[in-house]
Design a binder for this molecule. Structure first.
Ligand code: 13P
Ligand code: SF4
Length: 310
């Protein structure tokens, strides 16, 4: 079936099911175009919390759909491909974090967890952050307790630099952002000398050091719109290029070339397709469901984050 037919079927099923389709900025262009709302993790968490629809179809990765479920348990949350995981989430199993906290009990860590983690890790955290609000949340952390930041050492190091707060960093990273190197960015800068470099904080320090702006995917749109520059080298997953080109059509957005495979794609984000979006609405599956006691424990730090980042 052509995309047009599929898109029409999705629109019909959405109506029938009273569903809202939320999509992350790294989703395939056709999914972004079919969605009711596209955003970064923070905007999507807020949208999931506020929706009145019976069904939330979360076009993103598992921890994002799980977050929607934690925040809005009376709705049915569907994830078009249940295998859409995240390397940051896999790099910090809740059992390992629990043992680390147990063996460092005397430190009484204040645990700050990047939203890219499992419900088990969220349940062990004092507060959650996203790339869009990490500075605000870390700055508000109690001054009399040491901070443990999990699971992304790059976002953690950048936030520590920006806030001046010392933090113990969990050794985890995103395999997609980890592939960007200093040399690649230098090459892109030589080829496009008038372009500004806009980079996600999940990138390594040597890459961040070359950026004119470091921010979440959502903030990239505002930055590129306002900047006097006409060209931008975008150092994050390629899905954001579709959004940038659509919302800021008068400017040029350049992806970074990564050898040998071309560009930075998150294979988990790309697991969702238009067909799977249609199928999940048709079959009302795969559903994301959570144990209630764990959900309630994970809800507290998420609500704290939403309160602090009003
Ligand atoms: P944003 O919240 O900036 O969209 O980032 C989410 C993510 O998974 C980055 O890899
Ligand atoms: Fe996770 Fe990286 Fe994919 Fe984002 S890009 S969802 S951090 S694996």
């Amino acid at each position: 079936m052509q995309d047009v037919g599929l898109t029409a079927e999705i629109a019909r099923l959405k109506e029938e099911r009273n569903a809202v389709v939320l999509a992350h900025s790294y989703q395939r262009p056709e999914i972004q175009d079919a969605a009711d709302f596209v955003g970064d993790s923070l905007a999507l968490a807020r949208a999931a919390q506020q929706t009145q629809c019976d069904v939330i179809v979360f076009c993103g990765v598992h921890f994002m759909a799980e977050t929607a479920c934690i925040l809005n348990p009376t709705r049915t949350v569907l994830l078009p491909d249940a295998a859409a995981s995240c390397s940051l989430e896999s790099g910090c199993p809740a059992s390992e974090l629990a043992s680390f906290l147990e063996s460092n009990r005397e430190k009484n860590y204040y645990v700050i967890a990047y939203i890219n983690c499992s419900i088990g890790v969220k349940a062990l955290a004092d507060v959650i952050v996203t790339s869009g609000n990490s500075q605000q949340i870390v700055a508000a952390a109690p001054k009399d307790r040491p901070i443990l930041f999990v699971p992304d050492e790059n976002l953690g190091a950048w936030t520590a630099q920006k806030t001046g707060r010392e933090m113990t960093l969990w050794k985890g990273s995103c395999h997609v952002h980890q592939r960007f190197t200093h040399d690649q960015i230098m090459r892109a800068k030589q080829q496009h000398p008038d372009a500004e470099v806009v980079c996600h904080p999940e990138c390594r320090e040597v890459v961040r050091a070359l950026a004119d702006c470091i921010c979440s995917t959502e903030k990239m749109i505002g930055y590129c719109r306002k900047s006097a520059a006409k060209q931008f080298i975008i150092v994050t997953e390629t899905g954001i290029l579709h959004r940038l080109r659509k919302l800021v059509p008068e400017k040029l957005f350049i992806p970074v070339v990564i050898e040998p495979c071309g560009c930075a794609e998150c294979e988990y984000m790309k697991l969702n397709t238009l067909e799977k979006l249609r199928n999940c609405l048709r079959d009302m599956s795969p559903v994301v469901s959570l144990p209630e006691d764990l959900r309630l424990r994970a809800l507290k730090p998420l609500e704290r984050m939403l309160e602090l980042s009003q």
